[in-house]
Design a protein around this ligand. Sequence first.
Ligand code: MN
Length: 287
Amino acid sequence: MRICRFDDNRVGIVAGDEIADVTHALDILPSVRWPLPCHDLFIEKLPDIAADLQRAAASAPRKNIADVRLLSPVANPGKIIGAPVNYALHMEEAKTDSAINLGKTIRSIDEAGLFLKANSSLIGPGESVIAGQFGRRTDHEIELAFVIGRGGRNISEANALDHVAGYMIGLDMTIRGVEDRSYRKSLDTFTVLGPWLVTPDEFGDPSNVDFEIKVNGETRQKSNTTHLIYGIRKLISYASHAYRLDRGDVILSGTPEGVGPVVPGDVMECWIDRIGTMVVQVAGKPS
Ligand code: MN
């Protein structure tokens, strides 16, 4: 099943070029009082309502995908976890390209650990990435992203995929500089998730998935998750030994070689096999 959030926080099931509007399924979500939970309420309930969503989609009103504004499929992740330098060829380009490393020592994920991105950076493909903030080079990083559906601590690699609620295309935007990743990758609009959430039964094995990003029609990054240094199972286990994972937590698995700058007016066309295509516009700094 392919689940999207669109327009004014409506929920849809994607079928071909159309979206079946199943927003009424949200009626089951609890109303909450302060303090708010630190997990996503929709992702929490998804196992209970998945069958209902699918049934409702058959007779629900439909819209063309082209006519809606797609939002991040996950509305309230408790945290957004990033994987630094998780592809060997990206490590090589980061080590050799001084415009990327700026004199810093580049360490791979086994030495660097993980990093967190601010939740306020999160947008969907129907919004635009803002490039050129602080007058700095702004780079695209396409990544296979996924959301945790069952939380836990100290999760084993063997059971790790049982904790995934679905997969998405992720953009981990970044400004180049010497600051901490949590600063450079957390500017507003710097985390893009979409175009929809593909559930694991439909997505299948995440260990051998092709993906590509084109900017203005030109291929910039093209790789396969088989080249991940820490694959999806190991990433989940690794993260869960540092942080308690909650339902709705998002993990971005890392980017391959080919990172490069975007400027206002550019169009990023992101594709991941078994998910689809997500088109994201690059805008300039708002006045
Ligand atoms: Mn990244």
